[in-house]
Design a protein around this ligand. Structure first.
Ligand code: TRP
Length: 443
């Protein structure tokens, strides 16, 4: 159950939409390599720490942190790990639901045959028209929000767990089919070179920060999602092993999405690999339009993307909901409506940033880019840093040891060492250099 829920949370738009497009923007191979190193060296150890905190606290992240700091007689500052998470979750959900709305919008279009035989020009034109149309974006974003809030409000996370158990493998199979198509019809070799041959000349502090931020984003770290699910984990399950499984599946899906998308991109010189958020939505429909049975495959693909996004969105709102229920006497329904409305309203800014507000910038970022930057590149790494310091240095050693004693003691020693000596300085330096580079580039 934990593996399903955590995989449902981890695998989402971050893998299928975001990973390919930021890889394209950051020049390919070197970025992918840094990203993989971040997953292995920073993401996995922090994930183990986060699951452990959740299982130890057995409550919503805010209260779990409060409990753990009180139990150890520590400063209330550490409660910010819980707080920052609730806020980051709402901010992420606000733009996540807009992008998931795009995926929803593509389902009927696929079915109608809009992309049948379409070239890149038609595909691009369709996408541009969608972004220019505020009311359509709003309708799809709202529908996605209703779906998310609906599931969390009914407390049928278990029901969704079942859906995820069937649909995730289906997504996997479909990605495999896309890979085969990309291999036969696209420029597979160019894509493989782009993704797996590092060109370190293209790497800046900013891209390293983006890789770090994305490794937290894609594993759902630094926000309480994984902590909240950790609270449901049986006391005798091995945290280390389950975390490895989730991280492996998550990485695999991202790489498969990359190898499904880039061969098509490189086979069509008019698609720019650095096109940004539109990459998935412009390139793949061309492939579906050219495939035998592409109508059906395309529809199925966007249905599965929506479901993957759905199970992730639930985990973005759940920590806040759990906190309102425990602490503020809300019931599940009203807590959901309140948080869902807040994220929905904030999402209007993201919708407008693609049309009316496309010229409005905050420190060089559009509203959407600013939300993404603030959450993925500042809040998630910062919370990850706090978690590493808290678990590695501040919390009584016995707490972690007793929670993790089901795990191999060599691995436990290695984990603790990495968490203490690698994670804090590495995350700290990347944050500082990345922020410096970003603002130097903006000025
Ligand atoms: N990991 C999800 C994705 O890749 C998004 C997500 C869900 C998330 N919960 C999170 C990101 C918590 C950061 C923190 O699409």
């Amino acid at each position: 159950m934990f593996i399903m829920a955590a995989t449902g949370s981890a695998v989402g738009l971050g893998n299928i939409w975001k990973f390919p497009y930021i890889t394209g923007e950051n020049g390919g191979g070197a970025f992918v390599l840094v990203y993989l190193v971040c997953i292995l060296l920073l993401g996995i150890p922090v994930m183990v720490a986060e699951v452990m905190l959740g299982r130890r606290g057995r409550q919503s992240p805010v209260n779990a942190m409060r409990e753990l700091t009180r139990e150890a007689g520590l400063h209330g500052f550490w409660n910010s790990i819980g707080w920052l998470g609730v806020v980051a979750g709402l901010l992420i959900l606000s733009y996540y639901s807009v992008i998931a709305g795009w995926a929803l919008a593509y389902i009927p279009e696929m079915g109608k045959g809009t992309f049948q035989g379409a070239g890149v020009v038609e595909s691009q034109a369709f996408f541009d028209a969608l972004l220019a149309d505020k009311s359509r974006l709003l309708a799809w974003q709202s529908l996605f929000m209703v779906l998310t809030v609906g599931v969390v409000a009914c407390g049928v996370v278990k029901g969704l767990g079942v859906a995820v158990r069937i649909l995730m493998p289906l997504l996997f199979v479909l990605l495999l089919a896309m890979l085969v198509f990309a291999y036969r019809e696209g420029d597979f070799a160019a894509a493989a070179t782009f993704l797996f041959r590092p060109d370190f000349g293209a790497l800046t502090g900013r891209s390293v920060l983006e890789a770090l931020g994305h490794s937290f984003f894609t594993l759902s770290l630094g926000m309480g999602s994984i902590m909240a699910y950790g609270a449901y984990m049986p006391a005798d399950a091995s945290i280390g092993k389950t975390v490895l499984v989730v991280a492996l599946l998550d990485t695999l899906v991202a790489l498969m999405a990359g190898m499904a998308i880039f061969p098509i991109v490189f086979a069509n010189p008019s698609i720019n690999p650095a096109a940004g958020p539109e990459l998935l939505f412009v390139s793949l429909p061309v492939a579906f339009g050219a495939m035998p049975g592409g109508l059906l495959v395309g529809m199925l693909f966007f249905i599965l993307v929506t479901i993957a996004a759905w199970s992730s969105a639930i985990s973005l709102i759940e920590p806040g909901v759990a906190w309102l229920i425990e602490q503020r006497g809300f019931n599940r329904f009203s807590a959901n409506i309140l948080l869902g409305l807040m994220a929905w309203a904030l999402g209007l800014g993201t919708i407008l940033s693609f049309n009316d507000w496309s010229g409005v910038t905050f420190g060089g970022f559009t509203f959407f880019a600013a939300m993404d930057f603030l959450t993925s590149r500042i809040m998630l790494p910062l919370t990850g840093l706090f978690i590493a310091i808290f678990v590695g240095w501040v919390m009584p050693r016995m707490t972690a040891k007793s929670e993790l004693n089901g795990d191999n003691s060599k691995m436990y020693g290695l984990w603790l060492w990495v968490l203490r000596y690698i994670c804090p300085p590495a995350i700290g330096v990347v944050l500082l250099v990345g922020l410096y580079d970003t603002f130097a580039a903006a000025n």
